[in-house]
Design a protein around this ligand. Sequence first.
Ligand code: ZN
Length: 1195
Amino acid sequence: MADKSTSLPVPIIPKPRYSSLCSDDEVLDDEGDLCYESVPEKRDLWIENYSSLPSTQNSIYLPVTGRVLAPSPKTDSTPQLTPVIKMGWLDKNPPQGSLIYQRRWVKLDADYLRYFDNEKEVYSKRVIPTSSITGVANVGDQKFEVVTHNRIFLFRAESDSERNEWVSVLQDMTGPVRARVSNELTLNPMVNSEMKGYLELRGLRSKLYTVVCGDKVFLYKNIEEYKMGIGITSIDMNVGNVKEMDRRAFDLTTPYRIFSFIAETDQLKDQWVEAMRNSIAEALSNYEVAEKIWAEPDNQKCADCGAPKPEWAAINLCVVFCKRCAGEHRSLGPSISKVRSLKMDKKVWTNELIQLFRVLGNERANQFWAANVPPSEALSVCSSSEERRRFITAKYREGKYRRYHPLFGNQKELNNALCINVQSNDVCETLALVFCGADVNCDTGLPDSPSPIALAVNYGQALQVEFLTQNRNTEIPRSEVKLAIHTEHYMAPPSITHNGFLFKTASMARPITERKNKEEFSRRWCVLNDGNFNYYESDKNATPNGGLKMKEIVCLAVSPPETHGYDHSFEIYSDAERLYLFGTDNPETMREWVKSIAKSFIPQCAEELLQKDFERIGRLRYKDPLNLESSRVGWFCLVGSTLHVCLEDSHGQETIHLQKLLELSRDNEVLVLVERGRTLYIEGERKLDFHGWAAGIERAAGSSGDTLRQQQLTEADIPVIVERCIHYITQYGLTSEGIYRKSGVNSKIAALLEAFRRNARSVWLKEAEQQVDDVSNVLKRFFRDIEEGLFGQHSQNWLTTTAVSDESKRISHYQLLFNNLPRVNKATLRTLVNHLYCVQRFSEMNQMNLHNLAIVFGPTLFQTDGKDYNAGRVVEDLIQHYIAIFHVNEQQLKRQLDEITYIIKLRDNLNPKTGPASGDFICTVYLEEKKETAEQHVKVPASMTAAELTFEILDRRKMTWKDKDYWCCFEVYEKEETERPLHYQERVLPILHSLGTDSYLLVKKHHSMEAMLVYLASKVDVTKHGMLKFREEKSLLGLTTGSFNDRYFMLNQTSLRLYKDVRSNRAEKEWPVKCLKVFQGIKKKLRPPTCWGLTVVYESERTEKQEKQQWYLCCDTQTEMREWFATFLSIQHAGVLWPADWVKSRAASRAASRAAPPDARLGNVSLIPLRGSENEMRNSVAAFTADPLALFGNL
Ligand SMILES: [Zn+2]
């Protein structure tokens, strides 16, 4: 007979209706180390006693200090929760005193290592939690050890390979990672531990230490084992019932067995009965929650790995999951996943929360959380802890698989949408909003419902309230990887779905230059879904041949029809520099695909672009001159000759008319687009798609045909070729005798015309390279050849108008015809006639009077052979009655003519012998410092003052300034290391023409202006005298050169006098102040004794003999220098250094510019980036900005 003390009955375990994992079994603290003593031999008797039990009832319940350790129930109806990883026969080391190994059927799952008498046995003889295993060691002879804190188990396998397998899987299953996770699973171990003590179990002559805890009753051999965590079994109370029996006895009945207990006293019996009944009640209530939640079929499987009957939930994420996944959820922390047991944490399971899990639950929540799970990353029931951790972290912490809400990234809109949505019952949308960043605690702006929760309360949306409350402090998923990526790269993949067959070539890493024949394409089943585009061998295949994520797409380009073997084709460019070509013969199919793909990668901020019938759409990095330091991401689409762009910080899309660009150039990986008033630098972030964009934009910016409107146009709708020729003639040809009548060199004319036809914008007419007669003939030939002619289809009506004898009737007839011309013809005709009008106004020099011009231009413009005299008559009328027919503002015309006169004079003066020199009156001006990015090109009309120039620069740069900023234009001489602030009323043009190659104009703040004004205001009469250190450039006065000497100076209203010393009676030298130009600074090479120096240039007046001197003055202090300088300026400018009201004068200047059309304003400014040499730049700038004709643009 067995020793009573060791002959413990193993009670029959009720067949549970549910898997019976509970919070407590997660707890394995160190003091609870399992320490299994050798199983008494007599135990088998007990098992034999119950051998009639159905073999399927194999649940093992190992109670450990009130915690369930090994509940892995297996029933017929419920698959085993934790799959068996390995099982087989092993020999177990003999108990003490025995030499015979015991043959055991051993099973290992993720949680327990158990062994049984045989493979049919339901009740194990031993259970070793894997979490308590600290080591597994190979000890030779097919043997291995399983080490726990208190004990070593020795097993022997049938072969070395079998042994190695056991060791290997055991090592995988155990180890520090698992142990750590298990510890993190710790759940309130002593929850509801209501009663413990010894009870006698009838039929057993020993008392068992019994613990009623939660919804279970645990049996231990004695209190010591309870303390050590070693138990016999546990009874799941959800199937239990307690009946009071005679005296101190009571029965715990289950469907499988009746446990008849005898309490030590009557009083204790009552307590036991009550405790067990409470336990039953709790068990029932716990199952109640689980059952309610499992009522939704999707809640019957773990949301993460699919394991059945998940008993855990994240009450904020609204998903239900298995115990193993729960461990990983816990490690995310409660700010991400609030893990609760369906069975244990019954207090949290309010009706609203349960209802929420039925409405959301695994199905809907996963539609959000797991919208984009790649099969390779998905979990299965068998996934390892490491896999689970990776997946669950990605899923909930990073939100990697989320279905992005379309408003993602737009905080304001998200919050707004949340506030609106919580008024409805759509909790799915709330979930999507909140986990895409909507702020649960945002301000609704409503005093009576200040938060979304309050709003939901007001609208009686209990589930919304519940969801929001659970997520009040939830951390929103954010991918750490994504942090490094610029936010502008983000795009919400909208849920666009499309599929069908397409033909595809192999993807490539270089642009497609050749035609792809049909043979090079393969038929593929293509699927666009949830932000992924995949292509399959056929629609029957489950594994894609390849694909790409929508967010990887940077550009989509539609090829012109019949580019390739398939009539319709499009290209997709990925950010990994791959190009994918797809084709189809069906135009509808292509349109649909293009539309769907574009929709799924263009972000909401640029969705306007989707409405266009684009040939190319995508994202590019760009810079603008206002912010050259950093490039930003913009969305572009090319439609015909128009580029539509959605740039950062601009609202809505903008359009760039490519045929009207002032300049388009490509500089390595940068495409520069210059429009009037704006320059855009498009960067080639990636070579492949940039190449496509650049080619497309260049093509679109070129001429598209032979009619006027198909030419590259200026902003004023004039063909570039016309504008450039007219400008050139205006600059260099108005004084040329017989201009437009003389023929040029035919080959040169043809070459130039061809160059214009190829790309007019790139043709810069330079005086040194072109003859005026060649250029004038290019213009004539252009008009003679242009398709449809300048006068369009009704040219005959123009010709017959000459027959109208009444002049005023004739004029109104011309006006009518003019008004009926197409836009481009109109602008071109007006410009040309204006030009011809100017030409004949200077006929004294060029001999081309009205009549001569008419003879030349009549047949040219009407494209007749010259025999129809009416053609000349029309041109003559148009020039002669130019003002009347075109409603010309005579004042502006006069200004234009004045300006031309000024140009002619200026050039004559500058180069009296060589004739007209470069007549550029375009100047390069820098803002704040000389560097390429601060460079601007300004057309400087004769009348422009320094103040106007300054205003222009600041306006163009959108600079704001205050009254005391004293923005000023400086002329800077690099070689001399000097600079001079221009007086605000000083004319810029003469200074511009006197600038050497190493000097430039710079607009910057004049930092000593305020001090100078203060100084001058304090003076009664503006004179100054004092000692200065003086040095001559040349030894004019016979003084020692090469050094600075003290001299006494007197400056009065008329002159500057130099005295040898303060006591000298006679000045050694005297200069008229008006002939002095004073610069700040002295070049360092001269080694000035202080850094407060002035360089003075004296230029004698013209009438005298030409004389120029330069010398240097050095002051001891900055203040002194400033005072001298202020005195000079004050004398030279009648005491006014600065306008009384700078801001007001700027406003006036602006008003003037508004009153006149932009082009008509003297001093119109264009910003053009520098390309090529300075000289080329000047010419190119001049070519398209210095257009006096534009004065009439608005008439
Ligand atoms: Zn799971």
